[in-house]
Design a protein around this ligand. Structure first.
Ligand code: 5AD
Ligand code: SF4
Length: 441
């Protein structure tokens, strides 16, 4: 238990990398105010939940967690509970109604307001709920407390102008707002001067980066401009939208020595009929064409994807189209999701919601197929030597370290090496979601 004069904080992050990025800023803001990080909400004077709204189980988990916080708050009424992120945007007033012991609710576009809102809640003794419809400060510009010393998330764009019928993101994160190229480059340079060697560029739709401020997309230019920054070894990015993914970006990936050979290109479905219902603006054929183009241009490219199973109206035939696309595309990995109806989205109102048993059966089949393909692709890597960046001790085996290849595959191997070190590793074994290796030399 902490004493009242010691300020401590704890943050739990749900959802995507953009939320991890924002959480690092929330942590940074609190550290500037003199708060120290602790490992449990039971010891924290400020407990933050940075939430996600993408699927229903994300909702349920938040309310379960807030339920558990009630007794913590009763035991230490002076502690503060903060809810931020996408679910905070979506549920605005619902949160303090369902969990009146929450002190601060803030949105995704005003995270810089956290210290002020905490003060307001302290002074007023009642919950403070505040949102912004526009992005005032680009959160990347805020102080950050990063989890890994060698890696930084760099947000280049907030919001999304697409209208995928299943997705809640445009309604919670608003329209696209890009950050100026010079600001992004300035931040990356500054990060690299403090020991960062890997950055992941983040945006909901990175291919249209720059369109809102420069009238024309600047993503390929950004990738090229990052090459040559001192100390920068690896650049990753997520997520591109297949409809806007074009040759200049693939060429920039091929040309740049720092941009990694990994493309996460969410397909969602292999059925053109369903893609149309999803308003994805591409067909199965178009997607496969883009994939082919990327693989032609970028040597050794690994491709991962997202797939939704059980979208409203998905017939057996549509699902078989997804299975055959997966066979054809041979993704290195796929994040597969059961469709979750999000109130307020177009798809939630559609006819043909698929029965849960049917969704589960299809989901299992798809996952098994992808596992098999992932394993086959990983097995092909056995005996090759790859460059691995160390992330830290292996969670499963403390005698080993875990790192990532440029293609974003996890490798476990024995070495006395610290975070961020680049090593040559020979691959000795393969599983569907990781590789085993041994140090070369
Ligand atoms: N149900 C299931 N999965 C979803 N995704 C987005 N919205 C939904 C939903 N309503 C998935 C998509 C997206 C990933 C981030 O989450 O596959 O690419
Ligand atoms: Fe990220 Fe979307 Fe979840 Fe928000 S709703 S945290 S943008 S995945």
């Amino acid at each position: 238990m902490t004493t009242t004069d010691e300020r401590t904080y704890w943050i739990r992050t749900f959802g995507c990398q953009m939320n991890e990025h924002d959480s690092e800023r929330l942590a940074g803001l609190l550290e500037v105010q003199g708060y120290r990080k602790v490992d449990s909400p039971d010891d924290a004077s400020v407990a933050v939940f940075n939430t996600c709204a993408i699927r229903e189980n994300a909702d349920n988990r938040l309310y379960g967690n807030l339920g558990r916080m009630k007794s913590v708050k009763e035991a230490r009424p002076e502690m503060k509970i903060v809810v931020g992120g996408c679910l905070a945007e979506k549920d605005r007033d619902v949160i303090v109604r369902k969990a009146p012991w929450v002190d601060v609710v803030l949105g995704t576009r005003n995270i810089e307001a956290l210290p002020g809102l905490l003060r307001k809640a302290e002074e007023s003794g009642i919950p403070v709920v505040e949102f912004s419809e526009t992005l005032n400060v680009f959160p990347s510009a805020l102080p950050a407390r990063r989890d890994k010393s060698f890696h930084a998330w760099v947000a280049i764009q907030y919001g999304c102008n697409n209208a995928c019928t299943f997705c809640i993101v445009p309604s919670v994160r608003g329209v696209e707002a890009s950050r100026r190229l010079g600001d992004v480059l300035g931040e990356v340079k500054q990060l690299c001067s403090t020991g960062v060697s890997e950055v992941t560029l983040l945006g909901q739709n990175v291919n249209s980066y720059g369109r809102d401020i420069y009238r024309t997309p600047k993503f390929a230019d950004l990738l090229l401009a990052l090459d040559g920054i001192e100390g920068l070894e690896r650049v990753r990015y997520t997520s591109p939208h297949p409809k806007d993914f074009r040759e200049p970006v693939a060429r920039a990936m091929a040309e740049s020595s720092v941009v990694c050979e990994h493309l996460h290109l969410p397909v969602q479905s292999g059925s053109s009929r369903l893609l149309k219902r999803m308003k994805r603006s591409y067909t199965r054929e178009k997607y496969l064409e883009k994939l082919h183009m990327a693989r032609e241009l970028v040597d050794g490219l690994a491709v991962t994807t997202d797939i939704i199973v059980g979208f409203p109206g998905e017939t057996e035939q549509d699902f078989e189209a997804t299975m055959s696309l997966v066979e054809q595309a041979r993704f290195d990995a796929a994040y597969t999701f059961k469709y979750s109806a999000r109130p307020g989205t177009e798809a939630a109102e559609m006819d043909g919601q698929v029965a849960p048993e049917v969704v589960s059966r299809r989901f299992e089949r798809l996952a098994a197929l992808q596992q098999q393909i992932s394993l086959e692709l990983n097995e092909q890597m056995v005996d090759s030597t790859v460059q691995v960046m160390v992330e830290g001790p292996s969670k499963k085996n403390p005698d080993k370290v875990t790192g990532r290849t440029r293609t974003n595959k996890l490798v476990h191997f024995a070495a006395a090496a610290g975070q961020g070190e680049l090593l040559e590793v020979k691959i000795t074994g393969a599983a569907p979601s990781h590789l085993e290796g041994c140090l070369v030399g």
